[in-house]
Design a binder for this molecule. Structure first.
Ligand SMILES: C[S@@+](CC[C@H](N)C(=O)[O-])C[C@H]1O[C@@H](n2cnc3c(N)ncnc32)[C@H](O)[C@@H]1O
Length: 282
């Protein structure tokens, strides 16, 4: 009975026209309840059977990165995490021979950056972190703007729009995150708010950039900073989520303005590969 109700709520065609707006908090609660009683580990094993990084099963490796950094995973986001990071790895490996540095904007506790570091070392055993840049305020998210608000249902069924991410509320610090990268002492930890922290980065070329800053303003600023400096053939991937409409809007606006082709994958990641022909345009 509970499952029937949950499934009905997830079927778009069974919603009334008035309820066609997606309420992300409700979707999250539904999926949390749906996934809560499912054998999630078994699903992960099946989904990533035979996927290895440097001889280690991908699920084991990423789980090690998540638990080692104390990064919470919920029944709602578990498949988003494991599937989107697997995609991320494919692009990371595909660009590993390109000249330029690699960056993650929005590092949080460093779980995904640590996965990238292990992946890098699996192909280049001498890799000790140099050339990998972790960029974050390390105090949490900046203020949401108009584009970042998500719909929330009122008791009377009407909707209001609210910020989802509290400002500067993260329980992290650059020192804490560095301690998770003991095996990679050369990693560059760049602490500060985006946009201004971007001006402190070396004026290098970039081969791979992962954007995961959740909001419109820092996503747009990071695109404006990194795209002109991206090596031809280089990749920018922007994480997507029902909680991050602003990040998606920033990406769409940036790419539309420059007429840049990109793809969107099943976990809402937007991905572009810099084409040699646009490399000269900056
Ligand atoms: C979703 S978390 C990143 C998760 C991480 N990539 C992972 O896979 O575990 C978003 C991060 O963006 C950072 N962030 C948000 N707005 C920012 C801004 N304007 N400047 C710098 N960092 C920001 C937050 O501090 C937070 O750590």
């Amino acid at each position: 009975m509970v499952f029937k109700k949950l499934l009905a709520a997830l079927q778009p065609e069974q919603r009334t026209a008035a309820a066609a707006v997606e309420f992300p908090l409700e979707t999250e609660a539904l999926i949390n309840r749906l996934h809560d009683s499912a054998p999630l580990d078994e699903h992960l094993r099946i989904l990533f059977d035979g996927v290895t990084v440097g001889g280690e099963n991908y699920v084991d490796l990423y789980r090690r990165c998540l638990t080692g950094t104390g990064t919470p995973v919920t029944p709602f986001n578990v498949f988003h995490r494991f599937q989107s990071r697997r995609d991320l790895l494919q692009y990371f490996f595909a660009t590993l021979d390109l000249p330029g540095a690699r960056a993650e904007c929005g590092t949080y506790r460093g779980a995904t950056a640590l996965l990238l570091a292990h992946a890098w070392r699996s192909r280049q055993p001498a890799f000790a972190g140099d050339g990998l840049f972790l960029i974050d305020s390390f105090v949490g998210t900046s203020a949401s703007g108009e584009h970042d608000l998500i719909p929330v249902r009122n008791d009377d069924g009407t909707a209001r729009r609210e910020a989802f991410f509290p400002v500067a509320k993260a329980d992290i610090s650059p020192e804490l995150v560095r301690s998770y990268f003991r095996e990679f002492p050369g990693v560059n930890i760049c602490a500060g708010w985006i946009p201004p922290v971007l001006n402190t980065l070396p004026e290098s070329a970039w081969a791979f950039v992962h954007l995961d800053v959740t909001l419109y303003e820092p996503t747009l600023a990071a695109l404006e900073h990194f795209f002109p400096r991206l090596t031809p053939g280089g990749v920018i991937i922007c994480d997507g989520s029902i909680f991050c409409p602003g990040a998606k809007k920033a990406w769409d606006e940036f790419c539309t303005r420059r007429n840049l082709p990109f793809i969107v994958l099943g976990n809402r990641e937007s991905i572009l590969i810099k084409q040699p022909s646009v490399a000269a345009k900056r």
